[in-house]
Design a protein around this ligand. Structure first.
Ligand code: PLP
Length: 392
């Protein structure tokens, strides 16, 4: 167990117990770039024998994330999707999982096109309505899979209530905590059994590595996930583990700054004539503001906003200079996404529009550029569009 940290979160980020000694007094865990370990004799293995089963650098990362999420054990995988898929390997043919209907596209795809082939059934619900979740529970249901806040509208699920419901029916609660990170939201403390991260996003923070993390709440689940990790084999390599250990140390300072800038930008977007709606749970006008204030330590740094005109959305995508245009999030650089043609393009247009994901919607992952510069960049794009309209 790694649950006895007496310091604050920011300090634990720097001094988490990795369980791995640094030789020569090294302050960081070295990269153990090895596949195999010398065994003392053929029957008596040491602590490690083969890096798929265990590697010191990976273990350091796994112990770190377990402490930060207040779980019993952590596991590192080669991508966020490898983490999701490995957790889904805990289930068997005939099992049913209840899933948020605005889940990450890759999770939707692996559930409906891969695990469906192995007889695992998925039922999608509006997770923000606990009664609706209870209504779809059947005798085959084994788990509830939550993503909160959701993408792209940042809708918030009451994790405590859903986890309590799951417990009553003897179901597992799984939470994809990518958008919030353990700094802002600790699902195990709210009653969840399994936490998943695309560490590619905020845990790395620098758009330079792909990886996934899983944390479980008890030893029994730890044994089960450990078995899948070794059997299925989608492990994270030691160099990438090192990069995550490095990135995670600045998680708090990055998010503190990114959240502050996100709130300022969200308020500024709200004031703009051509912005029809702003979706950011840190705004008091967001319908889930009170819920997220209660269950989380912050609001994250992802903002979605809808323009009053599809062409304006295109104009902004072409004319912003500071934000990268791309599908990822959670990095030091701001990343602007057009959900309709990028992150949510695989959803049929009709379904997409019904969900409100129109051509005029943009999603911004706020980076570490300064507020004034980001604002100016968006302002210039808005003004040049208005000027274009006048001269037409
Ligand atoms: C990116 C992402 C994933 C998938 O992670 P990869 O590292 O890209 O495989 C899963 N869930 C959420 C919420 C994500 O944003």
């Amino acid at each position: 167990m790694h649950t006895t940290n007496k310091h604050s979160f920011g300090t634990n980020l720097i001094h988490a117990k990795t369980g791995i000694d640094g030789h020569f007094g090294a302050v960081n865990v070295p990269i153990y770039q090895v596949s195999t370990f010398n065994l003392e004799d053929e029957t008596n293995g040491g602590r490690y024998d083969y890096s798929r089963s265990g590697n010191p650098t990976r273990e350091a990362l796994e112990n770190t994330i377990a402490q930060l999420e207040n779980g019993a054990a952590g596991f590192a995988f080669s991508s966020g999707m490898a983490a999701v898929s490995s957790v889904l390997c805990l289930f068997e043919a005939g099992d049913e999982i209840i899933v948020s209907n605005d889940i990450y596209g890759g999770t939707y795809r692996v559930l409906t096109r891969l695990f469906s082939k192995f007889g695992i059934k998925t039922t999608f619900v509006n997770m923000t309505n606990v009664d609706e979740v209870e209504e779809v529970i059947s005798s085959q249901t084994k788990a509830i899979y939550i993503e909160s806040p959701s993408n792209p509208f940042l809708q918030v699920t009451d994790i405590k209530s859903v986890a309590a419901l799951a417990k009553r029916y003897d179901l597992l609660t799984i939470v994809d905590n990518t958008f919030m990170t353990p700094y802002l939201q600790q699902p195990i403390n709210l009653g969840a059994n399994i936490v998943i991260h695309s560490a590619t996003k905020y845990i790395s923070g620098h758009s330079d590595v792909i990886g996934g993390l899983v944390v479980v709440s008890d030893e029994k689940l730890a044994d089960e996930v450990k078995f899948v990790q070794n059997a299925f084999g989608a492990i994270l390599g030691p160099q990438d583990c090192f990069l995550f250990l490095r990135g995670i140390k600045t998680l708090k300072v990055r998010l503190d700054q990114q959240q502050q800038t996100a709130l300022e930008l969200a308020k500024w977007f709200e004031e703009q004539r051509d912005v029809e709606a702003v979706y950011y749970p840190g705004l008091k006008t967001h319908p889930d503001y009170e819920l997220i204030t209660e269950q989380a330590n912050g609001y994250g740094a992802i903002i979605s906003f809808k323009l009053n005109n599809d062409e304006l959305a295109q104009h902004i995508l072409k004319n912003v200079r500071l934000s990268s245009i791309g599908v990822s999030l959670g990095a030091v650089e701001s990343i602007l996404t057009h959900p309709a043609t990028m992150s949510h393009a695989s959803i049929p247009k009709e379904v997409r529009e019904k969900k409100g994901i129109t051509e005029s919607l943009l999603r911004l992952s706020v980076g570490l550029e300064e507020y004034e510069d980001l604002k100016e960049d968006f302002n210039n794009a808005l003004i040049s569009f208005q000027e274009k309209a006048v001269t037409k």
